[in-house]
Write a protein that binds this ligand. Structure first.
Ligand SMILES: *[C@@H]1O[C@H](CO)[C@@H](O)[C@H](O)[C@H]1NC(C)=O
Ligand SMILES: [Zn+2]
Length: 506
């Protein structure tokens, strides 16, 4: 009898103790709310979007800009930097903004001064983990804590060693595209990222799946495994629309397609174009050209074909080569774009980039509201004449150089000019004809503003360091002062660790 009472008391006390324990963080993490089905009348942009192949009923196909995301995975090195810089130098989109690519950077062997240069040119820098561990099992079973240590900490690492704005680093691609279900996305939510771009689709290629948030259940297929089922509000998924190779196999990364055409520039180019047109001619969901730059070296024709492909897409007046975060931005604020009056591809734009150094763009100014675009249709009607629009473009380039001269002497002046431009509608009498003319020469407005570029302020330092976990030597080029040890998981800034003997300084 007595024993029973004792056990009863024990059970009771365990229950009493257990109740408050279930409120600690670990248990809450296990109990993310299960996502419910998505109602597009409740889940609406800019902060929520159901998974769907329809962007916005009010925007017709031919007025949807085709956004193209050129991305590169893994270390940024002095060698691959040259290839990439050459492929994009001086290119502009139909809105006259510089084109941009996205770099999913892994830490080891990365040259941080080159990362800085890419960022300064307006490319997007995103996260691809500190360790880039080869084991897919590691990534599949990664906890939220591991994901934060690999990606959240890498954000601090990149911001520090590449001297770039931490807020600009918002994207994630998991190594091997191996998601860990809810954890991958919950980690992004917790460290304040914006999107993941590791989730391929085979079922929603043409028409393609537009980006969506994880507030509710998505309808997207999950070909590689461990996709999220919890509700993780505010985190965006940029679907990787699979390519199709010459034998009909689907591949998320261009360089993992098993069957390529012959090693011939034209044939490889035609195959890339075919993959592009599949989406361009369907619903124009953001189209990805996802690569490792090592692909440029695996066959003779790959790099020339790639450049020819970029030339081709860049010649179309409704195609925009933008960063992944810019494509998310557009999806959050979609708008119709009239793309019929841009410069025809046969006539090259003036090559001003060769002589004018990259121009720092003014800081984003709080704009009253994205201006409604009823005037854009009118503007484009005034520009049906191609010859005219060439003149406009040339005029604009001159204007640009002019601005630049002023900018060097007086930065305030530049800012004034910009606020004039924004208030154009209200202040027409005060604006010289030339400035109104410049506005009219921009019929394609997919975005409120161009991707920002920055002054290159990195003074590279070459650091000889020890990787503590293995004792190996690593060289690292940094914009920040050299760290004490090679930065790594758990020590992303390379601070001095306890048992480390003094390195011999040179
Ligand atoms: C994700 O979270 C949901 C809701 O808590 C849960 O049912 C599911 O098992 C989780 N999935 C994984 C892979 O952890
Ligand atoms: Zn990788």
């Amino acid at each position: 009898m007595k024993l029973v009472t004792l056990i009863g008391a024990l059970v009771l006390s365990v229950a009493v103790v257990a109740a408050p324990q279930s409120r600690n963080d670990e248990d809450i993490e296990d109990l993310l709310p299960l996502a419910q089905s998505c109602d597009p009348t409740i889940c609406t942009p800019p902060n929520c979007r159901c998974s769907s192949t329809t962007l916005d009923e009010s925007i017709p196909h031919e007025q949807t800009p085709q956004l193209v995301m050129m991305t590169f995975d893994d270390a940024v090195t002095a060698l691959n930097y040259e290839y990439i810089a050459e492929a994009f130098a001086g290119r502009r989109n139909p809105d006259n903004c510089p084109v941009a690519a996205t770099f999913f950077v892994s830490h080891e062997y990365t040259d941080y001064s080159k990362v800085h240069s890419l960022w300064a040119q307006g490319h997007e820098i995103a996260l691809h983990s500190i360790t880039h561990t080869p084991s897919t099992e590691y990534w599949k079973s990664a906890s939220v804590e591991t994901m934060i240590a690999e990606f959240g900490d890498q954000r601090d690492m990149l911001a520090h060693f590449a001297a770039i704005d931490r807020d600009d680093i918002v994207g994630v691609r998991v190594p091997h595209l191996q998601l860990s279900g809810n954890n991958s996305f919950e980690a992004i939510r917790r460290f304040g990222g914006l999107y993941d771009c590791s989730w391929p689709t085979q079922n929603f290629v043409a028409p393609g799946m537009w980006p969506f948030t994880l507030d509710y259940t998505s309808t997207m297929d999950c070909p590689l495994g461990l996709c999220p089922t919890a509700s993780i509000p505010g985190v965006w998924v940029m679907p990787m629309l699979d390519w199709i190779d010459t034998e009909g196999y689907m591949c998320a990364m261009v360089d993992t397609c098993p069957h390529l055409p012959a090693d011939d520039v034209d044939e490889t180019f035609e195959w890339m174009k075919e993959n592009f047109l599949r989406i361009y001619n369907s619903n124009r969901a953001p189209f990805g050209v996802f690569l490792h730059s090592a692909w440029f070296l695996t066959r003779q024709s790959n790099y020339p074909a790639y450049k020819k492909f970029v030339d081709y897409m860049n010649s179309l007046d409704d195609v925009y080569l933008v960063s992944v975060s810019k494509a998310v931005e557009y999806t959050r604020n979609p708008r119709a774009v009239t793309g019929t009056s841009a410069v025809p591809p046969e006539i090259p734009l003036p090559e001003e980039e060769e002589v004018v150094p990259p121009q720092p763009q003014p800081q984003p100014q709080p704009q009253p509201q994205p201006q409604p675009q009823p005037d854009s249709a009118q503007e484009s009607e005034q520009e049906v004449d191609d010859e005219n629009s060439i003149e406009h473009e040339v005029e604009e380039e001159h204007d640009h150089e002019h601005d630049h001269d002023h900018e060097e002497h007086d930065h305030d002046h530049e800012e004034h000019e910009h606020s004039h431009e924004q208030e154009a509608e209200h202040e027409i009498p005060n604006i010289e004809p030339r400035r109104r003319f410049r506005r009219q020469s921009r019929p394609n407005q997919a975005f409120d503003q161009c991707q920002l570029t920055h002054e290159n302020t990195c003074v590279p330092k070459l650091c000889q360091l020890t990787k503590v976990s293995t004792g190996e030597e690593r060289w690292m080029t940094s914009c920040a002062p050299c760290p004490a040890v090679y930065p790594w998981l758990g020590n992303p800034l390379g601070l001095r660790e306890v048992p480390q003997p003094e390195p011999e300084d040179k």
